[in-house]
Structures are given as structure tokens and as C-alpha cells.
Design a protein around this ligand. Structure first.
Ligand code: CS2
Length: 502
């Protein structure tokens, strides 16, 4: 997000000193923040973390006895400088605006982040913080791409220049892996217990993936340390869920106009929230189950359900909606054809691949998803959903196609989304000719491959790092080239092709 501007002159600045004066209008932390210690160091203080984990901890801190579970946020990237400035002014406080589908709005000032460190300017401070005896958990929201695995093989990518830098310069890290390894090394040397490394990203088996990646990194740097990590660090898998659009100027204006509070970076999110966590921690953990999270012994079916239905469903609406010219998820799903397409995709191409979950009725889970997407008060942009599709789709959608091909099931609905992704990457405009806002680390590669489509219809799916060997699968080639022919036809309208595919 670009840095947001304040709007009104006569508002109260949000900071610790002013908390009491805004307490009559918004829900503020009632606990003594000066007594809260950072037991959790969290890398990646984006909107999602602030709407999810930090909100759970804020709730927990209201009950005395949990003061050891505050959060120290870490901004790893140079792009986090603006966030650091805002949080510093606000004593790390921010407003969470929860918007219910029926229009109800709840505003809560979140106080669980008690420290924030901007890594590019304080590398050693970050390492020391993670190595501090109070730190019990290092958690991560670094997005799918941050885990540095090859999308098709799942293996650690040693060719990433930042990783090469971190392997060669253990005391000057850039990546999350570099910091975590440096801190664990210090803990080992000082005889301190290892912290838990807890991923809060949308990756299936996020704990296992984090473990595999961290060990791959650490082995290159220090094999003995890697063995110690293998034995002592827990990496719980978890499923996280709360739709959190990118903050906009209108969110700042709302907090300022409705509550007279100047907050430089409020977060807006939906009312639904879910967190399912495997109860495996190396050094204690907060009682998140007391504030709505769920501890389970195996999170696999929950994460598969969420990633294959919610996240893939978002991408289905996102890519098709972008081509049509819609701009938000609620707008797209309120079009009956898009709603029908989404539901058919979920029912016909995803549900048969999911395991039964005790206590979860998949039909009502899907109904709820459609209601959540339709929330008119959450203006979640299609540009956000489609951003970094190259890191998302292999797990969210391409995996569903591969599984269905093995089981000889339908793939047509998902395949049209892939063909649409090709057209989106090729043309970079919607059907009205308006330029699309595309953010993808692989944007150049995607566009180069997509632009060859008219010469070679399968060029896009030959991107092996995304599609693996799918470009050798005859059934997939046949359905994909059929979809490509339909959407590349002169005057073709995406809605007509969707209707014909249903
Ligand atoms: C979205 C997710 O970025 C995406 O593709 O599907 O950010 C989604 O909003 C969250 O996972 C909801 O929990």
C-alpha cells in the first residue's frame, strides 16, 4: 500500500497518551500495555496479520495472566518504512474496522503490538529480539512467494540472490530465513530453548513447508545448527482465514469522520475469522482457543478446504472478473453468472477432492463463502486477488486440475480460468480496453509466454515452474486449447465463454 494521508484537522491523534480520550467512542485496549512483553516476534505486519493474529492476541490480553504474549512486529522490507513511521507515531496502535455483511461496523483499537522493528535499519536488533529469552514464537506472514520454494517442485530455490546473500553473510541477513537462523544460532550458543516457528500464510502444510525451507537454508549455512533446529524447533501447521482488503484512503477518512480519530493506517476486514492450529509448540503458546481459535491434531483437511475453495474461488472470480471489467469481488459475485460459475466450480471440481470433516458441513461452508464474497461493505479489489497469481495458483487451482486429471474428473471450469490468466497476462487489458493493474514477480515471464499463444496455443502452460508436466497431458491440452480458442476468438466476451463452459 502507498502511504496514506490524514484528512481532518480536528481529530484526536491515535497514540497511547490519547487512548483514554477516545475510549468513549471506540473500543480501546483496557489492559496495561506497559506490562505486556513480546513473546511473539512476527515477521510481515501487513493488513492480514493486523486483522487476524494481532486481533486474537488483543482479545487474549484482556484476560489477566497473558501479558507474556504481546507482539513485536518486524518489517523486513524497505517498503515497510512508511508503516514504521506511522506505527512509531501511534505507539504501535491502530484501528481495526470490522464490517459485517448487514452494514454493522465495529471499531477496535488494537494494542497487542507493543514493539515494532524495521529490519533494514536494525538487523542486529531484530536478531537479538528473536534470540531474547522472552521470545517463545517467531511467526510469519511473508506471502506464498516469501517461502522461496520452486512452485512446481516444492524444492528450496538456492538461486534467489537474497538467499545467496544470506547464506554468505549470516550476520547481515535480508530474508526471514536469514534472521531466524541467526537468532536460533544465538539461542543455541546461549543455551536457550528454541522458539516455535509458526507460519500464518495460505500454504497447505505451511508448518512443514517452513520447516523444509528453513532446514534447506540452514544446512547450507551451518549443518550442525541445522541438526539442532531439526531436533528442537516446532513448526505447527495452521489454517488462517479473514478477508482483509488493502487499506484505502476511504478507510482513514471513515475513522476520522465517524470517530474523530486520526489513524494513519487503519485496517478494514470482514467479520468472519478462523484460525485452526496444530498444537505443537517448542516453547509454550498463548491460549488462542480461549479467544476463538481451534487447536487440532491435524489441520490438513481444513487447510485443503480453505485453499481449494476460498482462495481458488477468489482467483476464479478475480481473473474472470478482471477480464470482464469488474473491479471488486463483491461486484463480481453479485453478477448471477459469476456466482453460478463459482458455485459450479466449487461443487463439481473441488468438493469431490475434499475429505469429510467432522463438524463441518461443506454445503454451508460454500454458502458462507459466497455470502462473505458478496459482503458489499468489503471492497476487496480484484487487483489484490490477482496479484502474485504465479505464487498462488499452483497450489490454489493448478493442483485441483492435476488431481482431477488423475481421477478422470471434470476440469473445464478451472481450465478456463487458466486460459483467462493467459489472456490477462498477454493483453494486460480488460474487454473495455482498460489497462489492468498487474503485480506479479513473474509478470515478465508470464507475459512473454502468453504472447506466444497465437503462434503456439500451449506456450503459456509450458511454463514448467508453474504447471509442472501438465503441458504433456493430452486431456488438459485439449481442454486448454479449446478454452484458448474461445477467449481469443474475435469479439469474444468472457461471459459468453463462461456460460458455454457451464
Ligand atoms: C486471497 C486471500 O490473496 C488472495 O488470493 O484469496 O488473501 C484471502 O483473502 C485470505 O486468504 C482470506 O483468509
Amino acid at each position: 500500500m502507498t502511504k496514506l494521508k490524514h484528512t481532518q484537522a480536528h481529530t484526536t491523534e491515535l497514540n497511547q497518551h490519547n487512548i483514554a480520550s477516545v475510549s468513549s467512542i471506540v473500543d480501546v485496549p483496557t489492559y496495561d500495555r506497559s506490562k505486556v512483553k513480546a513473546g511473539i516476534v512476527h515477521i510481515g505486519v501487513g493488513g492480514f496479520h493486523r486483522a487476524h493474529q494481532a486481533a486474537y492476541i488483543n482479545e487474549l490480553l484482556k484476560t489477566p495472566g497473558n501479558e507474556q504474549w504481546g507482539i513485536c512486529g518486524i518489517g523486513l522490507l524497505e517498503a515497510n518504512r512508511g508503516l514504521r513511521d506511522v506505527l512509531a507515531k501511534q505507539d504501535n496502535l491502530y484501528t481495526l474496522t470490522i464490517r459485517h455483511p448487514n452494514g454493522r461496523v465495529e471499531n477496535t483499537v488494537i494494542g497487542s503490538m507493543v514493539e515494532f522493528l524495521f529490519a533494514p535499519e536494525s538487523k542486529q536488533a531484530v536478531i537479538d529480539k528473536m534470540a531474547h529469552p522472552d521470545t517463545k514464537i517467531v511467526s510469519l506472514t511473508i506471502t506464498e512467494g516469501g517461502y522461496n520454494f520452486h512452485p512446481a517442485t516444492g524444492e528450496f530455490d538456492y538461486t534467489n540472490p537474497d538467499i545467496m546473500h544470506d547464506i554468505a553473510n549470516p550476520s547481515e541477513p535480508i530474508t526471514a530465513f536469514g534472521y531466524i537462523t541467526a537468532a536460533l544460532k544465538l539461542r543455541k550458543e546461549q543455551g536457550l530453548a528454541a522458539f516455535t516457528v509458526q507460519s500464518c500464510d495460505n500454504i497447505q502444510h505451511n508448518g512443514h513447508v517452513t520447516r523444509k525451507m528453513l532446514l534447506a537454508f540452514a544446512f547450507k549455512q551451518d549443518a550442525e545448527l541445522a541438526h539442532w533446529i531439526e531436533q528442537h524447533v516446532a513448526f505447527p501447521n495452521g489454517m488462517v482465514d479473514r478477508i482483509t482488503p488493502i487499506s484505502k484512503q476511504s478507510d482513514i477518512d471513515y475513522v476520522s469522520q465517524a470517530y474523530g480519530v486520526t489513524d494513519g493506517w487503519p485496517i478494514t476486514c470482514e467479520s468472519f475469522t478462523q484460525w485452526v492450529i496444530e498444537d505443537s509448540f517448542s516453547n509454550g503458546r498463548p491460549n488462542w482457543d480461549k479467544v476463538g481459535a481451534q487447536f487440532v491434531s491435524d489441520v490438513t483437511p481444513y487447510e485443503k478446504m480453505k485453499i481449494r475453495l476460498l482462495n481458488a474461488g477468489h482467483s476464479v472470480l478475480g481473473l474472470l472478473g478482471e477480464l470482464h471489467g469488474y473491479s471488486t469481488i463483491d461486484e463480481t459475485v453479485s453478477d448471477p453468472l459469476f456466482a453460478k460459475y463459482l458455485r459450479s466450480f466449487m461443487d463439481l471440481e473441488v468438493t469431490p477432492l475434499l475429505d469429510e470433516l467432522p463438524g463441518i458441513d461443506l454445503d454451508s461452508y460454500k454458502d458462507t463463502l459466497i455470502e462473505r464474497f458478496a459482503n458489499p461493505n468489503i471492497k476487496d479489489s480484484l487487483a489484490r486477488i490477482c496479484s502474485q497469481s504465479s505464487a498462488k495458483l499452483p497450489k490454489f487451482l493448478i493442483a485441483t486440475i492435476s488431481d482431477n486429471l488423475i481421477q478422470e474428473r471434470d476440469i473445464a471450469l478451472a481450465t478456463l480460468v487458466i486460459a483467462s490468466w493467459c489472456l490477462y497476462s498477454d493483453k494486460g487489458v480488460n474487454q473495455q480496453g482498460e489497462t489492468l493493474e498487474i503485480h506479479d514477480d513473474m509478470a515478465q515471464e508470464l507475459s512473454t509466454a502468453a504472447k506466444l499463444t497465437t503462434i503456439k496455443p500451449t506456450s503459456f502452460i509450458e511454463l514448467e515452474s508453474l504447471f509442472g508436466d501438465l503441458a504433456d497431458n493430452e486431456e488438459f491440452i485439449s481442454q486448454y486449447t479449446h478454452a484458448i480458442a474461445a477467449i481469443y476468438a474475435p469479439q469474444s466476451q468472457i461471459k459468453d465463454v463462461m456460460a458455454a463452459t457451464l
